[in-house]
Ligand binder design. Sequence first.
Ligand code: NAX
Ligand code: ADP
Ligand code: K
Length: 516
Amino acid sequence: MRYEPVWTGAQIHSAEAPLLRAGEPLMRRAAWGLAQHVLSLLGGQAYGRRVVGLIGSGNNGGDGLWALALLRRRGVDARAVLVRQRAHPEGLAAFRAAGGRVVQELEADADVVIDAILGTGFRGEFQAPELPDRALVVACDLPSGVDADTGQVRGTAIQADHTVTFGGLKTGLLVGEGGLRSGQLHLVDIGLGPQLPPPDAHCVAAGAARETMGEVEGDREAAHDTSRTPMDSADLREVSGAPVSQAATLHMRPPVGPGPLLRGPAPGAHKYSRGTVHVVAGSAQYPGAAVLSVGATVRTGVGMVTFQTAQQAADRVISSFPEAVAAAEPSRASAVVVGPGLGEDPAQLLAAQQAIRWAVQEETPCVVDASALALVPQLKLSQNILLTPHLGEMRRLLRSCGHPDLLELLSTDPLQAVRSAAERLQATLLLKGPTTIIASPGGTPILHRGSTPGLATAGSGDVLAGILGAVTATQKAPIDQLAAAAAARHVQAARLLDPHGTGAFGAAQLLEALTV
Ligand SMILES: NC(=O)C1=CN([C@@H]2O[C@H](COP(=O)(O)OP(=O)(O)OC[C@H]3O[C@@H](n4cnc5c(N)ncnc54)[C@H](O)[C@@H]3O)[C@@H](O)[C@H]2O)[C@@H](O)CC1
Ligand SMILES: Nc1ncnc2c1ncn2[C@@H]1O[C@H](COP(=O)(O)OP(=O)(O)O)[C@@H](O)[C@H]1O
Ligand SMILES: [K+]
């Protein structure tokens, strides 16, 4: 599993400043990267294809204009709609000199629309224009109307199919509404390297624990493989008049250290050395939750699973997973999972409470999910306690734990809200949703954008809880990284099951996909 660093727009902006003062041609590097990606989205058939840029008044518009100038040189029918009175003067001159046409309106027959209205300089509110249905929408740096620091959309924002972003991934491309607006992400390294501060967050870059699916496409290979490169530095020199060498155009950053890889059992393993997970799940009302969370733990792979459930659910667990063992307490557990499907069953809630206390005392990883989250205000927590709310549960948790001041932040800046909540609760948090946000007290948060909305189905959180239990019981790494690896495993199962994203599956099928 690979992590990509993520910065706020403000951090990227500050990193650019000294390089710009030193005369580094950052904008032209950005434009070159954008033009490259547009060309590859056109499938190499550039000649005569229509690419229209929506151009704003700032440097984002400047990037768009330089990119259009480069595309024009490649035979693209490049047009620009200047949506403000002002446009970046040098960019506009380069675009005109390359033979680009300024038009008044966005035509319906564009093949690609480049959204270069607003980037990291977006302030206040924005109303996004309507875009033609058939065009592929490529956002320059970030979709206009998305706040680069937080992902917040004030007003409306452009819905991009792809975003080509410069210098580093921005938080706003991954969290909140920005995470839903940005489409497929492409990162162009413009050489900010040493200027960049410690990141705001890390993002799980490869989609899965087994490295099968890419989430963020970097430009590293393209830079080393010039045969794949449809443009070269001569293009850039031609439109900019400045000698910018290929090497200078794409600076490579060393990859961020790897996250944990999920290791299989050691050759000399025995069932106790592999790890035991104790699951407190299910009730008469929700027997299926016990089956799903126990099943996910078994299928992810552990030495033994013990479980506590309501009498009415126990037979179902055993008939589906005969290897699981009923037990009245965690005793030898190397991880504990509490909460799925407990409902309001008082005996189960009491068992959950005792199991959490045991885990705090024994410093054992403990996943606290669903109805068990209501127990949190009465408990002393620790970093090895992993709280896994969805958004509604997160709101309730903040209220019940006396942090209603974080509720508004949760909607405007979810990453900051989760980070603060982890700090205040002194526990690790995993907020579920389209982008999973994981934060430990004092740590750098980890983001995982699953792009698998089919997971929004009853019981899929129970499956995640079981995976989390098995991963924390069997692997050695900080708990936030293990939580990210488990979330990636969950998403990977969904992708294997549903490669076309139809959403036509239920939580029980995820269990089958876990062993593939
Ligand atoms: N600093 C640089 O030289 C570099 C910047 N880059 C690009 O520049 C962008 C940032 O450029 P800027 O700082 O000029 O900012 P933007 O181009 O994102 O936007 C600023 C302009 O939009 C206007 N504006 C802001 N909010 C608005 C709103 N709500 N409604 C209407 N107009 C609004 C501002 O008045 C200003 O004219 C980045 O996103 C990136 O695309 C890249 O070229 C790399 C180098
Ligand atoms: N739109 C979405 N895109 C991707 N993943 C999602 C989306 N909505 C929910 N998920 C994931 O689906 C799971 C749902 O968990 P949860 O809400 O606890 O369901 P349940 O309680 O029914 O089991 C979580 O892992 C969450 O991250
Ligand atoms: K933009």
